[in-house]
Design a protein around this ligand. Sequence first.
Ligand code: MG
Length: 336
Amino acid sequence: MKTRKRVEYMWLDGRDPLPKMRSKTRFLDLEDVSAGIPDWNFDGGSTEQGSLEDSDRSLVCVRTYKDPFVEEGWLALCEVRYYSGAPHESNTRSHLTKLTNKLEGILVGFEQEFTFINPADQAPLGFLLSPQQQGQYYCGVGCMNVIGRDIVSEFENRCAKAGIDLDGINAEVMPGQWEWQTKAQSPVKCADDLWVSRYILERVSEEKAVIVSYHPKPHEAFNGAGCHTNFSTEKMRKSFSSEDWEELLPILEEDHFEHIKVCGDGIEKRMTGECETSDYNDFTWGVGDRGASIRIPQRVALEGAGYFEDRRPCANIDPYKVLYSLISSVKKSSLL
Ligand code: MG
C-alpha cells in the first residue's frame, strides 16, 4: 500500500573548491523506499551548476538513509546530472564510482576534524573563555577543558539513527575543535557517509546556531584541522612488508603534487612542517611518524600487514576527489 513519505533530496553544489551540501524536501506517495526514489530537479543557476537560461539540473538518488530528524522520513543522497544523463562537471562522485567499479577489496576510513565557530565573535567556540594555548583540550573533560560536547553527542545520536556507523569521536587540541572517525568501508560508501554525516552535523549545529568550520587552519597558534585518510587493499591486509613499502612509496612520492592539488584549499596554511604536519612541498613517510605525509602505523610494521595513513588531506577535502587521486596511484603498484 502506498503511503505518504517525506524525502529530503541532498546534493553537492557547484562551489569550487569548497562544495557544500544542499537539500530540499519532497512528499511522495510510495509503497517502499527501497524500490527506488524517483529523479527530481532543481535550479542549477542558484547553486553554481547552471545559468539563468540553462538552469534545469537533474537529481538522481544514489543512496538512501533514514532521516534522523523526521519520524519515518528519508534522506536521498543524489548525484547532479544533465537531462541527457551525463554527470555534471561538479559531480566528482561519478568519477570515483567509475574508477572503483571493478576494483575490489579497498577499505578506507576518514578522521574528520572540524571546529565549532561562535557566530557572535567568529572565534572558535569557547575560545575567549579559556587559555589560548594548546595543551589541555585534547580529549579533555570538564567545562574549562572541553567545549561543544552536547552538540557532538547529538550528532552521534543522529548519525546512529540515520544508519551511519562512526568508529569514534574525540575532542581535539583547540577549544571547540573535534574529530570523528568513520568506519572503514569501500571507497564510495565511505565518502558518501562522510558527506551525509557532515550534512547531519550542519543540521544539528543549525539548531544550536553554531557554525561548523572545516577551515584547515582556524587559528595560527593551534594545530590545524585535517581529514587523515586510512587506506588498505586486500593484499595489504594480508601482507604489507618493507618490500611493499619500497614499491608503493616512490609511486606516492612521484604523484605527491597531484595529491596535494585535491588535499584541500588552504593546505599551505596547515602543512607547514609544524604542528604534527609535514611541509606540503615535501613527500615524507615514516613508521609511527605523525610529522610525515604518510604514516605506517607501528602495529602494521610489527605485524607486516595492514594499512597506511595519508596525513596530507585537510578537513575541507572533497573525499571523492582525494580517493580518486590516491586509488589512481595505488593502482600503479602490484598492491591493487
Ligand atoms: Mg585528530
